[in-house]
Each structure stands twice: as C-alpha cells, then as structure tokens.
Design a protein. Sequence first.
Lengths: 952, 244, 312
Amino acid sequence: MPRSQPALDTSPKVSDEIKKTTCYMCACRCGIDVHLRDGKVRYIEGNRDHPVNKGVLCGKGSAGIMQHYSPARLHAPLKRVGPRGSGEFEEISWEEALQLATSWLEPIRKSNPKKLAFFTGRDQSQSLTGLWAMQFGTPNFAAHGGFCSVNMAAGGLYTFGGAFWEFGDPDWDLTKYFMIFGVAEDHASNPIKIGIGKLKSRGAKVVSVNPIRTGYNAVADEWVGIRPGTDGLFVGALIHELFRTQSVDLDYLLRYTNAAWLVIDAPGAEDHGLFARGEDSEQLVYCTASKAVAGCKNTDAKPALTGVRTLPDGRSGRPVFELLAERFLTDTYAPEAVAEQTGISADQIKRIAAELAHVAFKEEIVIDQPWTDWAGRRQEKMIGRPISMHAMRGISAHSNGFHTCRMIHILQILLGSIDCPGGFRYKPPYPKQTPPNLLPHGAAGEIKPEMPLGGPHLGFPHGPEHLLLDDNGGPNRLDKGFSWDAPMSAHGLMHMVINNAAAKDPYGIDVLFLYMANMAWNSSMNVPGTIEALTATDENGDYVIPKIIYSDAYYSETVPFADLILPDTTYLERYDCISLLDRPISEPELVADAIRHPVVKPDRDVRGFQEVLIDLGHRLKFPAFTNDDGSPKFPGGYPDYMVNHQRKPGIGPLAGWRGTDGTATCTGEPNPNQLDHYLENGSWFGLHLDPEHAYFRHANRGYLDWGIQKGIRASADPTVFQLYSEPLQKFRLAAEGFGDRQPPDSHRDRIKSYFDPLPFWYPPFEETMVDEARFPLHALSQRPMHMYHSWGSQNAWLRQITAANRLYVHHSVGATIGVEDDDWVWLSSHQGRVKCQVRLMDGVNPDTVWTWNAIGKRRGAWGLDEDAPESKEGFLLNHLISELLPAGGGGYRYSNSDPITGQAAWFDLRVGIEKADNTGTTAPYFESLGDASQAPSPERLAYGKQWKEPAE
Amino acid sequence: MTTLPEKTEKKLGLVIDLDICVGCHACATSCKEWNTGGYSAPLSDHDPYGADPSGAWLNRIHSYEAGGRTVHFPRSCLHCEEPDCVTVCPTGASYKREEDGIVLVNPDTCIGCKLCSWACPYGAREYDYDDGVMKKCTLCVDRIYNDHIPEEDRVPACVRACPTGARAFGDLGDPESAVSKSVAERDGYGLFEEFGYKPVNRYLPPREPLNLPVAEEPEAAETPPTTDTTQLGKLFAWIDRSLS
Amino acid sequence: MHPAYSVILFTTASGAGYGLLFWMTITYAFGMLQVSPWYLLVILIVALLLITAGLLSSAAHLGHPERAHRAFSQWRSSWLSREGVAAVATYVPSGLLGLCWLFGIESTLTVWLSLLAALGAVVTVYCTGMIYASLRTIRQWDQPTVAPIYLMLGAATGALLFAVLLALASAASIWTSLLALAMLGLTAALKRQYWQKIDEDPDPVTMEDVTGLGRFGAVKPLDPPHTRPNFVMREMGYEVGRKHAEKLRRLVWLCLFGAPLVLALLALLSGPVLAAIFYLTACLSAAVGVVTERWLFFAEAEHVSMRYYKAA
C-alpha cells in the first residue's frame, strides 16, 4: 500500500536576526544568542564561543522569554500614596521621580552622609554602585554578599588569595578526584554542569559532601550525607588522616606557603603568635643547613618545618607547620572522634583520605611546560596533584563557615593541589595577596559632608587598625560591618541593615536606597520582623525609616514597602558591564569580561538602574559624574561610562579593545569604538594566557609580572598561602588587652575564642543556645536549579515546574511523627513556626529537613493570582530564622552571623517538627499586598502562535 | 498513512545519560522555547499565573530515588519503531516518517481525539487544550535539517542546551554512529521494552560507584622506628627524613 | 482514565440506539415484528436519534470537530476510523429503510436493507468496543470480554428500549420479554466475569519496570516533573476510590441488571398497560445503570503511563 507523508518544510525561517548578549537569569553570566523575529524574542540559546557556557544554556536561561515578557514587570516610576505595604502608588514621570530622589538625598549629603544606606542585591555592577556610594560619602554601602557567601570569599582570600565560585574553577580537563562541599544546584550553574559532565564521562571520581542528595550531589560517585555544620570536623579529620599517614606535599608547602615561617612563642607578650620578622619585616624561617634563622624569601635556606627554634632576640619561635600538625593530629579530629557528630563513619573518612592521598601522590600529572618561579628559578615541568574541590553555601552559611572554609583550603594546600595541573585553578584577576591589599573605608574620620569617601567601602582588614569605628569605638557602619561585632565582614552585612535602621542601633538613617534585593521577603531573615521594621512608626506616627527608594524590574514583595520606585529594565533591554573591576567572567587561562546591551527596546517607561545612578550622580554633583563646568561627565549614560570612565589612568570598566585604535588590552586610553568591538565579538572580551602562565600563578614570575603590566595584579610578590593567618591573631591580641584599639569588654571573649590564627571547628551558635531536645533537626534550603531567588515564580514556564515547595524529610523522621507525603506539619524554631507539607525521601541526612528556597510567595506580588500555589502552599524557612541570636551572657544579642565575617548563618537553623491537621494553607499566611498599579496577568499564553507556519 | 512504514532509512533518536543528568530542566525549557515558536507552535499554557498552571510540554523531567540513589529522569517521545499511537489515529495525522523514523503529528489534520495519547505507554503525547491538537516531541524536525541553522547546531534544542552533555542525538539504526556506540559501551536500554513498541531512544544507566585505589598506611611502608611513637612524633620524624 | 461525559454519553446512547436498530431490523427481517409501517418508522427514528446524539456528542469531544470527516480515512489500521466508517455506512441502509417505510414500501428490498442495517449496528458497536479493547496500555481494557460486553450492553439496553416501544404500541409479546431477560442475564454474566478478572489481576507493571531503574532497588518518585497536574495526569491519572467503586458496582448490579430483570419478568406477567410501565421503569433504571457502568469502565481503568508518576 503506498504511503504518503504530508509535505513538511524542514528548513523554515528561524529569525530575522541574532543578537549576542549576556544572560542574567542568574549570576552565572553566560553568553546568549537572542533570536529575534518580528521584533519579538523567538528563541534564546547559548553562545558557542562564550567562555562561560560554551554554547550550553541552563533551564533558567532557556526560559528567558517568559522572564522578559513577565506580567510582573514594572511599567513606570511610582510614588507611594497609601501606607507602606498597601501597594497604593501613583505613576509619575522620570523627571519627577529623579527630582524627588534628589530632594531626599541632597540634604543628607550636605549634612550627614551616614544618613543614607545604599545596598544592592543580586546586582552585577558593584564597581559602579560602589563608586556612586563613595562619591556620596556614606559608609553604608554593600551588596548581598553578607548573606550569600562572604565566608567563602574571606576564607579563601585570607588563605590563598583566591576563593571558590567565580574566583576559580577545578581543572575540569585534568582533575581525577573532585570534592564538592555544600554545593546546591546553582552555584555555579553551567560551568559546574559542564564540568561534572566532563569529569563523569572520563571516569574521574566525584565525591559530594552534602546533607542532601539532589542535583550535582545526585550524580556524585560517592555521597557523604553529613550533618549540617559539621563539615569542619569532617575536613579536620581528613587533614588528621593526611598527617597521620604522612601524605602531605612537603615541597609544595615549603615553596608556596608560610608552613616554615616562625611564630613567636611568647605567651603574654604583645607580639605572641605573630610571625617573627627580620630585616624589612621579612618573616623568618629556621634554616637547617646554616642552623640559623633566615628570611623567608631566602631561596638558599633549607627551612625547617618542625622544632622549637631560637629567635635572634632569644625568644622561641615555632614553624607554622608544627602548630598546624599539633592542631589536627589531636584526638579531636580523629576519624573515630568525629564520626558520631558528623554522621560519617570513621572507615569512610579514612578511605576518602587514603583515596585523596593516592590520587595526589600516585597519580600526579606532569606537563612538559617550563616556567619560572617567583624567585626566578626555572622549572622544567608543571607537576599536578589532580584533586580539586569546590564549596559553597553549605559551608558558607554557618556561623563556623569562615574557619571551615579555611580548613578546606588548607586540605587542598597540604595535598599540593592549588593552581596546579588537575587541581583548583585561579581565574584572573585572582590570585590576590593574602589578604588582598584592599582596605575598607568609612571610619568616623572619613565621613564628611559633601566629601567622597577616600576609597572603597569593602575590603580586608589586616588587623584592628583597619576597623571602621566611630569616635567611641562602636560601629560606624549601620550594618556594624568592620566593627568588633564582625571585624572581617568583607561584604558587609546587608541582612542587618533594615532591622538596625529601625532599631536605630547604632543609629537611625533618613533614606534607605535598595536595588534588586527582595528584602521584604525571601532575602531577609525573620520576614515578619523585617516587615515590621519597614513599617515601624515613631511617636509622631512618622516612619522610623523615613524614606525608602527601591529599584527593581518586577513587582516583588519589596516594592509595596518603598516610597519611590525606580523601575528597572529586563536583562534584554539594558546595558551592563561585567567588569574586571568587579566580578568578571574570566576562566583559568583567559582574562575576560563582558557586556550586556539592549537587544530589544523597552515597551514601558523604564530605565536601567545604572543609567539612573549616573543621572542621579550628576544631579547630586558627584565629582566622578560631573565636569568642572557642571555638565554631566557621561551624557551618553551608562554605555558612555562603560567606555570612558577610568578608575586609574588607563584602567576602566572594560578591558578589551582599549587605546584610541583599539589594539590595547586591559590598560590603555578609552576607545570610543570599544562597544562596537564587544558587539562584534559576541559581547565579551578574552585575553588568553601564555601556556607558561597557566599554573602556579601565585608564584609564577612570568605571570606576576604580566599581571602587573595588565593591571590585574597589585604586587609582584608571590601570593604566599597563609596556613596560619596573622590578621586573626592581631585581633585576638587586641582582645587580650594589647594595642591601642581593643574591643569593649563585652566582646573580648568572643574575639579571643574565634579569632584563632589556625582554623578549628566549633558548633554553630544557634544549636548551642537553643534547646536541642525541642529543636532536634537542622533545616536547610536550596535553590532549585531551574529557579533563581524569587525571580522564577513570575516565569510562566519555570513556575509550572515548581509552583509550591514541600519540606523534604527523611523517611525515619516521617515514620516517627506519623506523616506521609503531602501531610501537613508544623515546623518550629526559637523564632517562630511555619506550617507546610512534607515529602519523604531517603537521600537526606536523617537529622536534616530541607526545602526549595524562595518558592513561597506573598499574595499580591509577582503578578500571581491570589490563590497561586506559591502563596497557599509555598513557604519560606526565612520566617524561622532570626537575624539575631538569642541573648547570651550579658544580654547582648549578636547578629546571627559568623563572628569573623558577619556572614548570615541561615544554615544554622534548628527546628522541631510535629504533625499538623491536614487542612488549609500554609502559615504564616500573610495578607495580600496591593498591586492595583499593575495590569492583570493573562489567563492563557500561546507564545509563538504568530510564527506558526500556514497550512499547506 | 497511519500504517507504519515497513522500514525506515534511519532511526533517529536520543540517548540520555542518567549518570550525568543533574535534573536542571534545561532540556525541558529549551524544548518548550524552541517548539512554542516552531513546528508545534504554540505550546499553550493554561492559567500561567494562577492556581493551576499547566501547559503543553514535550519533555518532562522526573526525579526518583532508586535503591538509595537520586536519579533525574527526562522523558519524552521515544520514537518507537512499532507504536500503536500511530496506528490508532483515525485521520492519519499521526505518522512515522519513512526517511528517519521520527513520529510526528500533522497539526493541520489532527482532530484532537486524544486516542494516540491513550495508546502511548510512556505518556509522551501532550494534548494542547487551546490548540485542540496533539503535540509531541518532533526531535526538532524543523532544526535538524534546517539550512538556516549552522550545521553544528542542527540537533534537537534539548541536546543543544544540555549543560552536562547528558543528551546525544543520532541514528540508532546505524551501529557505527556515535550514539549507537555509546549505547553498546554503556549497556544502554530502552524504556519498558517488554511493552513491545520497540522504542528507539536509549537511556544510559547510572554507573556503578567507582572504587579507587587507596594510599598505603605508612606502617606498611618501610618506617624506621622513632623514639617518639605519638602520631606527631612519627609525622615529624618522617618530615625530618624527607627534608634531610 | 478520565471519564469524559461526552464519551460516556456517546457510547451508551449510541450503544442502545444500535441495539434497538439491531433488534427491530432483525425481527423485521424475519417477520417477527407486527407493527404498522409508521410505527416501524417511529422505532427507527428513535434508534437513529440515539445514535446521532451519541455521535454528535463524541464529535464534541474532539479538539477540531470541523475536521471530523478526516476520521474515515484510516480504516485499515484504526478501530476509531473503522467505527466512523461503520457508523456512517449503517446510516445508508437505515435511511433507505426509513424512506421505504415512509412510502409504505415493504418488499424483499426492505428485508435486505434491514439485514444490512442490523449488520451495520453489530459492526459499529464491535468497533467501538475494539477501540478500547485494542489499547494494551490499559490493563482493564485489554481484556477479551471488553468488546463482547460493548456488544451485549448495546443489545441489552436496545432490547429494553425495543420492549418499551413495542409495549407502548401494545405489540409486546413473550419473546420481547424473554429477549430482554436473556440479554440482561448474559451481559450480567459477562460483566461479572470482567470484574472478577480485573480484580484478581492486579497491575503487574511497576515503576521499576517502566523506568528501568529496578536494577538499583526499589524505585520511588521524589519530585514530579511539574507540581500541578498536566494533560497526561488529568486524562490518564483519574482514580476512583476502591470503596466508591464498589458502591458504584452495586449500583450497576441493581440498576442495570437486578431491577430491569425483575421488572421485565413482571412485565411478562402483566397486562399491556402495566407491562409498558414496567418496561419503561426497567429502561430508565438500565439507563442509570449503563451510564454508571460506563463511568466505571473509564474510572477503573489504569493507564500504564501513570507508573512514571505514581508507584503501583
């Protein structure tokens, strides 16, 4: 019987044009090809040439169309007319909006710049926002790193001048053993996915250390279902085992670390525990050949790693290595001792340590690539220990995260696996010095009316002398960053800003200016308390936080609480600059940055936030944005700034195609045609490193010099890994009563305890302060891979995948309290309780419950219907997390944060669970926010119908 | 034309590696995005911002726990060799292409009786309530031969997007093709083969856990006795030997 | 399977219509039907109305009813197409028969036409049954009794209707009652066998089977692809509680079989007026019963694709 198939055009037209820009569905910054047809977005796919994603695109990026056309987009500037939270707004013009903002900001700048707090959330233009805040002169600026991963950044930068996530990557092509600690589905997105795919396909081993077995952890060859907050014990036990089995890379330690540096051993002296120093403050080692001390840079010395040595002044000094070995070879870190607390058997710990040792030392990689070390010694080969590690939120968001992070880096260093073939690799401009030569600014003396700040807000204190204190020794920043509460808070403490402002502790402010941070919902700990703070009134009925300006692209839960809304564009409508001055897109062998540019025109009266900042900067007459004659410095707005702003002569936001003819890279005169070059190259720039600069860049003479030439390194000295961190000891000495800057008595014990120059494990604070019998479980949240923060819920496609979250509970816990899938439970903490539905699973640590983050939504936001599952069933753990710890001795309530960095400790949460009646909706069930200013959302979608090929 | 071709020139299909699929849904959303403006345009969504959001999707990602493992499991049409979803169609709208074996629904002749979806044991056919016709994976028939698309991109959208490389596309009828070789090497399997539709797509099962060699205990190596028998003492003695 | 009312209505109404058509044409052909030509026409019209209502209702179930004509093309492989062809084909002899009777023609031609119509009715209902019986994806339908039950239910409900119509014309006789009793009894036996079979044959297909993941151990769903039901789950994932199903099965026994059997028996023993009332009551009861039976036929049917969503 003859068959006839319908005629089919297998080669239909796809698009009118393809525009290449940078994704912003999360912070990964992948290159995308946006196919446009009839002025609409037909399709978005990964840019094959792009260094970050190499053509692939994740679940979020591939749903970009629905983000761009979301009904939750803001349409015009809004001025609040009803009470805060009512959502009663009137639309105003941009001119009126900017005048209003100026009228609020100008008097503050002229009187007391501290009265402005300017904080940004998921923003990727901190070099601009930071500059703006510096120009304003307020000390109160930071981004969201304080509740994101400052422990990772600080832990890494103080230890080896780099850090996980975007500061480095495993050597995906060569590594043979990959350990991931506390990595949820999203950090990072495509690079890790590509990498894991590569590793697994060529038979490398992936070990996941995570209480929850989903996503990356699901495909790991070995899952270590650790109890939350005990990673430090586990890693400490691995270090213990490496020491016990004599499996450390001594040559690597001598070459690249401070293992041999002598630490002054003079208890009671003001310099006890600091490094012994010789001429020019050079740290000393003990040379076993000359039997005398020598400078640490003396390449002829044969430094000792052990032994009590006599210092030139007659006192004793001991090498760092010996102190480190003593710390970790104690029984505290013996596998048998940590097994119970971590929930990991001693045998498993020992085996993993032995596997690490085997891969590092029996399967080393040798690359025939000569290079020159920092001292000018030619090396014939590059020797690699093919072990790499990556860690993220599960380490970071604990109050012991800084030390745990340092411990992981020390584990890497002992194995000799940092920036070597097969190991962890820096991405330029990393490595920096340890700690980076970047100090925080904003102490009392630096804040004056109409005076820009002398330097960036955020940095890395080397000791108490770099704290930002007021005249009484108290915090000078509203978030208490860089004060004795959180001395090394390199990213600030955004999570404390609103509550501190409402409590006027340390002081009240006049204007709160927020960008792209959903602080009235999923970005705050203790949401009800934060809402209370946003709406608190004084005895006159005036708001305690008098003015709130907010910029976002979407109608989030935070919008209704602001007094003035500056509507931002979507990511396809804007310029952006992903800069080497901020968070570039470099790869280990590529210095790279990128731009976003408008690929579609906004159909609403909205402006990119950076445009608005530059405009406001000029209206406020900031020197960086205003010419001497009063005219704007960047009349062309943000793209003008991207091209023409110079941070230092020759160094601007973009590194590519500099110089008037466009031939210079990294440094050079501004080039008026720079953006055209970026557009021609797919919106990114990359400069490849020479093969001899591919590894050991912390001590690679060629790279160090090249880095200075290119403006990505500040010092030609090598980066020496700090197994022992002297800045911590300086803080500790201050707490012990030395020096002219000492903590108040209330803080002394805390500083003494936690500012240990060698990493150690201590239990997360919350569990030591609450009744563990009432709150026996740990509660965690992770972001689903296909969602990012709260943005995903307005996305018609992504929310179909996850419109409501469940509390995932181990089967044994479910059996104990008698619940099955979808039954309701009460989950309570010392802060409050939440009603939610459970799902039972096996792949979770039995002491842990968890849920997907930021799925729960408040009614009246994100363009969702009142009865959307996100608000009826969806819930947040945020309601259970206090921004403050319970009152300790003395009644002071510290921030629920890491004592060193101020990192929000939202993974410390302890909860109890009990069965609830199987009815109703989640609790707390907040009343609906008004969203009358928004157009109703459509009831059907048939996106793409217009491109249906007509029937034959 | 509802009858099945006796033989197809190729057996195009997907190979999905369950060992590296991390469940990111990239294949699902990229599929939705491509196809809502492509051959199957539109893939409608109902109540997209309301209480009961749903829509036509041609690829869906389950997750299971199987004997203690978490397995992410993408599921779409398997382009079976002998599927009843084609033969039950009363209009001939559902057909299997002779040239490449792709099972398609002709959106211009489908009457929307849904019988083909009843005949599919894999739940791979999705009715578009708004459009009134059945939708299904087309293996991106409007991409894989499309002259407007660069040659290297002429693969289904899901394969093009997949960040871990867990999806491959090719001719499973050709034993020499890369996909056939990976199936042979990894013991790839067809879903629910017992049912008898002869699915073409293949799944590569999660690998067995790796057992790596471990380093020897130092006691096993030649360790001269030291006076200090504490662990620290042994370590320091080793260091002294190593550095001398 | 989702019990769509249009499909339930279609299969029950057209089933009864074809049953009626069959009995009237077959008895006519064999000279057993002693009513006036105009009453023949009335019975025929009732049968065709039921059939047509059913067919229209099934067309309403389509996404594109305006393309329904395309469904006649694939009779070589598709039972649905065959059903369409048979249904339309059956209209030809039935319509001609009606015309003949309208013009008072009764001849060999009308005998042949009625035999053809009877054949058409049987074939059409058999095709309907086979649409379901041929689906191996649904264990409860992939049963040898399914098509016979469709035929027998059409025959039984048609016989009851036939008895009502004859009783109204005072033309009922012993054999009309016996016919209804026999059909009901036979169908009940078949249905009993069917339910026994599906009850004792629990779904052998597991989540381990369909995913191929059984090699690692027991398979449990962790997260569904989407948090709200999709088309497949709505269409194939309909579930009826065991207790509820048992209640409904009892209703079927009572309304479809028990009551009509007793009423038909009573009608047999009654005078013409009372018989008509008994038949009519039996018919209404059977209508409730057959709709319930058909609803259960769908609601109790488990589609194998649901194993991807829910463990057995």
